[in-house]
Write a protein that binds this ligand. Sequence first.
Ligand SMILES: N[C@@H](CCC(=O)N[C@@H](CS)C(=O)NCC(=O)O)C(=O)O
Length: 219
Amino acid sequence: MIELIQFTWSPFCIPQRRILEFSGARFKIINIPPQDRTLVWKLTKHQYYGVPIICDGAKVVFDDTDDQQIVAKYLDAKLKLELFPADREGVQSLLWRHIESEVEGATFRLNDSWYRDFVKPADQLQYQRFKERKFGRGCIDQWRTDRKIWLKKLAAALGPYEQMLAHSEFLLGERPLFVDFDLFGMLGNFLHSGHYSLPKSLPNLREWHRCMQTVRLVR
Ligand SMILES: N[C@@H](CCC(=O)N[C@@H](CS)C(=O)NCC(=O)O)C(=O)O
């Protein structure tokens, strides 16, 4: 059975989890503490410490690139989902770059600014240290101060998706493709703390999001 090694609020794990649910395949979730990558390190034979990774029998799949979608493409091929049709590959790869930079840059800061609400007290030191090593000392305090600014940036980054969804049920047509799951993952990360909701000014996106929570593959 496919196993997904993840932590629940990771913007890069949520798309893979939702794709697996969408597919109807049986799979198992293994949650790791975000600050302890021992299991990932061991399973990847000391090649990778990020999440998500997928174990499928003896096969271990991980994405050590910034833009190739190795995990999602593995699931797509294995489960025959057709989330990456050839005639949409170009536009999807432009969109997922935007989703994973402009959108994700705002969502993870907004969510992490509440990390004390959802990271266990015993894990908070390592969580904060990890963020500060990457984004500078005091970064989370700064994100907390700048919440309004990041909310504005997020709404602006989501504008084009709202426009696209005025014309079709999903981003690129009448069925969901990879970019739908990718955007859903970033928004899942944004909504994780429970302190935010999707802006009322984006009604098409709100409707699409409702749909994306439960959509299932029809073969
Ligand atoms: N290209 C990777 C990116 C995954 C990624 O950046 N994951 C974050 C968690 S949201 C991570 O584990 N980063 C390394 C770390 O936290 O040590 C993918 O799409 O799977």
